[in-house]
Design a protein around this ligand. Structure first.
Ligand SMILES: NC(=[NH2+])NCCC[C@H](N)C(=O)O
Ligand SMILES: [Mn+2]
Ligand SMILES: [Mn+2]
Length: 298
């Protein structure tokens, strides 16, 4: 495993309609991410935060809220993440709302022709401007990375598409919009909903998911939305959905992923300290990062 990790924060909440998730990177650093990962013997470099432009007023473009600001921040993030990859380091991106996956994936996939992705989320994030019920861009990044949606989102980083549908799995889904279900069927995306997790158990789901994303790929990116967890364990998220992955199942999943030794990059998103209970969700994020990067109980 790559022991050289570069942390980048993205203090952006505009993809989630400005709800306080811009303070996520701060909350995660406060929860001790650097010290915790250094304890694992990793070389940690904190590159600080991506600059995010604050809009003067609300804007909406063809059912995309704050499109200009979201595109600008993600273009910048894509450059920084691509630089980290070029240096042979492992980008660990701290959100921010999930629209930042647009930039992270753009930066990583520039260096990986066949990037695998594990999308850990209550949602599909597979909307486009046409299908989104909210106009919030954090509900669109997986669709855009696959080449569907507004051209300015699809073209972040200057190329498209970033991902092939057969290299992607979603884990933990339990709130999918109509257009998202249609896209899943149309492109044949592999989705482990809570139904499969309950029926097969997390261990079996992860075996299958890891096999799926490792086949014909040259690296795997983990995009972890904290709302994939049950709101009981991760209350500080803007779009909670009951009936989610437990803290224990989350650790098991990421420990298995670490054992498989396939990750080349990761992002942890949607930590919202305004909605949190004494930074519990940021602390969960740090604990899960630690498992994903090789922490063991014994
Ligand atoms: N990254 C997230 N938390 N996404 C939530 C998306 C919710 C809903 N599907 C929407 O498009 O608005
Ligand atoms: Mn989500
Ligand atoms: Mn998400």
């Amino acid at each position: 495993m790559n022991k050289n990790i570069s942390i980048v924060g993205v203090p952006l909440d505009l993809g989630a309609d400005r709800r306080g998730v811009d303070m996520g990177p701060s909350a995660i650093r406060y929860a001790g991410v650097v010290a915790r990962l250094e304890q694992l013997g990793l070389n940690i470099q904190d590159r600080g935060d991506i600059p995010v432009t604050r809009p003067h007023h609300f804007t909406e473009t063809e059912n995309h809220k704050y499109l200009d600001e979201v595109v600008a921040a993600n273009a910048k993030l894509a450059e920084v993440v691509s630089d980290i990859m070029a240096e042979g380091r492992f980008p660990l991106v701290l959100g921010g709302d999930h629209c930042i996956a647009l930039g992270t994936v753009a930066g990583v996939a520039k260096h990986k022709k066949n990037l695998g992705v594990i999308w850990f989320d209550a949602h599909g994030d597979l909307n486009t401007g046409e299908t989104s019920p909210s106009g919030n861009i954090h509900g669109m990044p997986l669709a855009a990375s696959l080449g569907y949606g507004h051209d300015r989102l699809v073209q972040i980083g200057g190329y498209a598409p970033k991902l092939k549908p057969e290299n992607v799995v979603i884990i933990g889904a339990r709130d999918l919009d109509k257009g998202e279900r249609e896209l899943i069927k149309r492109v044949g995306l592999k989705v482990f909903t809570m139904h499969e997790i309950d029926k097969l158990g997390m261990a079996r789901v992860m075996e299958e998911a890891i096999a799926h994303v490792s086949k014909n790929t040259d690296g795997v990116h983990l995009s972890l939305d904290l709302d994939g967890l049950d709101p009981h364990d991760a209350p500080g998220v803007g779009t909670p959905v009951i009936g989610g992955i437990s803290y224990r199942e989350g650790h098991l999943a990421l420990e298995m992923l670490a054992d498989a030794d396939v990750l080349c990059s990761a992002e942890f998103v949607e930590v919202n300290p305004i909605l949190d209970k004494q930074n519990a969700t940021a602390r969960v994020a740090v604990a899960l990062m630690s498992s994903a990067l090789g922490d063991k109980l014994l």
